[in-house]
Design a protein around this ligand. Structure first.
Ligand code: PLP
Length: 395
């Protein structure tokens, strides 16, 4: 009795989640220490100590009616003002509290943006390979998601194809840097060229095209690599931020949108996004964690932990003969499947208790994704198993 649209969505429901469930069954059968589960991007580094302290202090010090109550659908004003100040200090921007809308994670924020912007049949572009949930976030509002084919040389966006694919129906472009699944950080040069193309196309068609920057991994960048702040490069940028990874709080569902004054129709969009947050049923972002965030704006997770995993895994796998993109950010490693069919390769990996995700789940066939947000011991102990897999494929 479920809707036709939902039937299709259930059918295509995430292969990654299915693998995560399979991992749990394998762990029960073979022992958790003998299963190497690289399937899910669930942070394994705990939230910084400031988070626990903030929760305790808020519950001790702040008025419970305020802490747990309804507020403006955009969130607490003092929290939004604190976030705007912090962004201004870090990126030289000039946001104020009205530019910030607290959301139920990045997923909630992206749904609010799509609800706010899309008319049925309007197109949203993104770059393959991409986070598969974008398909639902766009189709939820009758939009059409189109993926720009990958640039497999370095997995920076393919800007030639991008330019060709923009048309009068293009309403938004979703970018994600540091990227899930490739671990690539889009360079400043990429962003500048992308902004130029967008400005040119806006003028050519007489439309506004919104660049939606999905940034849950912004703080996870290694070797001092800079992650450009996109509102500084393109006027019609909307930022979707989340604390799921940057503070290891995915279950708390907390993030925010930035809708700058420079964006076309900014005031109307801000007002509509506020209403969208309510009518999508979120009403407002979780209240306690809004208050926690305001006290933890400078807190950081232990990036060194992910970095050590990144180096060990990348070096180990490349030495064995696998071809990998060196991750610059996030906690994913993107590896070429030694055979064309990435699903076959992932099935073969299971024989060695290695759970890795086919790139085709991200519109990146021929590759696989390894989420290295696992214990360092898992990385070290898995390498012997990867060695056997490499041997099977004659590497
Ligand atoms: N965007 C990307 C690229 C992600 O990888 C994820 C989660 O893994 C999300 C959005 C959703 O994040 P959140 O948990 O903040 O909703």
């Amino acid at each position: 009795m479920i809707s036709e649209k939902m039937t299709a969505m259930v059918k295509n429901s995430s292969a990654i989640r299915a693998m995560f469930e399979e991992g749990k069954i394998m762990a029960a059968k073979y022992g958790a220490e003998n299963v190497y589960d690289f399937s899910l991007g669930n942070p394994n580094v705990p939230a910084p100590k400031e988070v626990k302290r903030a929760v305790e202090e808020i519950l001790q010090e702040e008025d419970p009616l305020m802490v747990h109550g309804y507020m403006s659908n955009s969130g607490y004003e003092d929290v939004r003002a604190a976030i705007a100040d912090s962004l201004n200090q870090r990126f030289g921007t000039s946001f104020h509290l009205e530019n910030i809308l607290m959301t139920v994670g990045a997923a909630g924020g992206l749904n609010v943006v799509m609800k706010t912007l899309l008319n049925p049949g309007e197109e949203v572009l993104t770059f393959a390979p991409y986070f598969g949930e974008y398909r639902s976030y766009v189709s939820n509002y009758e939009g059409i998601l189109k993926a720009v084919p990958a640039n497999t040389t370095d997995f920076q966006p393919n800007l030639e194809k991008f330019e060709e694919m923009i048309c009068e129906k293009t309403k938004a472009v979703i970018v994600n840097s540091p990227n899930n699944p490739t671990g690539v950080v889009y360079s400043e040069e990429t962003i500048q060229k992308m902004a130029e193309i967008l400005r040119k196309k806006e003028a050519e068609y007489g439309i506004s095209i919104y660049l939606v920057s999905d940034e849950p991994y912004r703080e996870l960048a290694y070797d001092g690599v800079e992650v450009p702040y996109l509102t500084r490069y393109y006027h019609n940028t909307i930022v979707g931020y989340s604390y799921s990874k940057s503070l290891s709080l995915p279950g708390e569902r907390i993030g925010y949108l930035v809708i700058p004054d420079e964006a076309d129709d900014s005031e109307t969009i801000i007002g509509a996004a506020n209403v969208a947050n309510r009518i999508l049923g979120y009403v407002n972002a979780p209240s306690l964690f809004q208050r926690v965030i305001a006290r933890c704006l400078d807190a950081k997770v232990d990036l060194e932990y992910y970095d050590r995993n990144r180096k060990e895994l990348y070096e180990g796998l490349t030495k064995m003969g696998f071809t990998c993109v060196k991750p610059e950010g996030a906690f994913y490693l993107w590896m070429k499947s030694p055979v064309e069919d990435d699903k076959v390769f992932c099935e073969a990996a299971k024989k060695y208790h290695l759970l890795i995700v086919p790139g085709s789940s991200f519109a990146g066939p021929g590759y696989v994704r390894l989420a290295y947000c696992v214990s360092y011991e898992t990385i070290c102990n898995s390498l012997g198993q990867f060695e056997k897999l490499a041997e099977e494929y004659g590497l």
